[in-house]
Design a protein around this ligand. Structure first.
Ligand SMILES: [Zn+2]
Ligand SMILES: [Zn+2]
Length: 359
């Protein structure tokens, strides 16, 4: 978990914390974020990720109605439109897309849903990830949309959750994935069968998930095969249920050893959506904290220096950080009110992290 950052007021760090809180004019918030923050593309690409090229055909298929409907939805059309909409919201993603394929009328009804529009406009990666990992039948359109309307990591609570854990459709953060939070452990279905000897009924209930070939983890390792995996916690709960509340002994637990890369394979970057402002966020990190590391200001001052450089913030979260982050302020002050690129902007921030470009 993240090491504690010294408090700027009670224990300020010279040159890392500013002497006073920076006062941000309301009309400069966007420009400050544009200059002093950046999106960590490498965090997106360490998990399940699709090249934009893979999206191009799908976008048309998912959002085009093709022609004016001349048919109806049959008996379903006897219901008021609000009820039809409610039914669509409660459908799982696979059933919804099957219904949408029925005819032009179905496509018109579903395309007109606000929730469907938000999902297919802003969250194609997690949508494709659900479909391609055979997990989409566990998530309803409403469940998908509601997750988009949240921001916090469901595990550590206080950090912006830039990822979704696909097997259980919970928001989590890059930090929890990289630091190996036990709630995100996974194990192959083959190992579960071999070690826990669960009944067929219990096995069928597990939120199984088929990984995709790709490049995963911060080490950028390539994996070509597909494996069916399940959350370790779900497998352990099923074992306890079958054994009168008794969990497996240590010898069995040791055989369920975790492969950290499986957690990366089970996650996907997901934006957040604010229904009041209609603003989409993808999570941002502080370029000033990278500069502080590069210039030797925060190196050797404890493990928080790298942790804080790797933090992902919401817009509001970043601005709260900015008021005390002196190097972020240095970048802003070097940008002539956001009109030029600050001379000290680190190269890795321009690149969006450390990975080599893949698209
Ligand atoms: Zn977290
Ligand atoms: Zn900073």
């Amino acid at each position: 978990m993240t090491a504690q950052l010294p408090h700027p007021v009670t224990a300020p760090i010279p040159r890392y914390h500013s002497k006073t809180a920076f006062s941000i004019p309301l009309d400069q918030k966007d420009a400050i974020i544009r200059v002093s923050a950046y999106h960590r593309k490498d965090f997106d690409r360490a998990v399940t990720w699709f090249t934009p090229r893979k999206h191009s055909n799908g976008v048309t298929c998912l959002s085009t109605a093709f022609r004016e409907p001349t048919t109806s939805l049959g008996d379903l059309d006897r219901l008021p439109l609000e009820l039809i909409n409610e039914i669509c919201l409660q459908l799982d993603i696979v059933s919804l897309l099957y219904l949408r394929q029925t005819n032009a009328r179905a496509r018109h009804v579903i395309n007109a849903l606000h929730e469907y529009q938000i999902v297919t406009t802003h969250a194609l990666d997690p949508l494709y990830a659900l479909l391609r990992t055979r997990s989409a039948s566990r998530v309803t359109l409403l469940g998908f949309y509601r997750l988009l309307c949240t921001q916090s990591c469901s595990l550590c609570k206080d950090q912006y959750g830039d990822l979704v854990y696909l097997p259980t459709w919970n928001r989590c953060c890059s930090n929890c994935v990289r630091s190996g939070a036990p709630e995100l452990y996974l194990v192959t279905l083959t190992t579960v069968k071999r070690v826990l000897h669960l009944s067929k009924t219990s096995l069928a209930k597990l939120p199984a998930f088929t990984t995709l070939p790709g490049i995963y983890s911060m080490d950028e390792r390539s994996y070509s095969s597909r494996t069916t995996i399940v959350p370790t916690q779900s497998a352990l709960s099923a074992y306890s249920e079958e054994n009168g509340g008794t969990g497996p002994g240590r010898d069995l637990l040791n055989k369920l050893h975790d492969r950290p890369v499986l957690t990366f394979m089970a996650c996907c970057a997901i934006p957040s959506y604010n229904p009041q402002t209609h603003q989409i966020e993808n999570g941002i990190s502080c370029a000033g904290c990278q500069l502080a590391l590069q210039d030797g200001i925060s190196t050797g001052m404890g493990e928080w220096a790298c942790d804080v450089r790797d933090m992902v913030y919401s817009r509001d979260g970043f601005l709260k950080h900015f008021v005390w982050c002196e190097q972020a302020q240095v970048l802003w002050l070097g940008s002539n009110n956001g009109t030029v690129e600050p001379p000290k902007l680190p190269y890795s921030c321009k690149k969006g992290g450390y990975f080599t470009p893949r698209e």
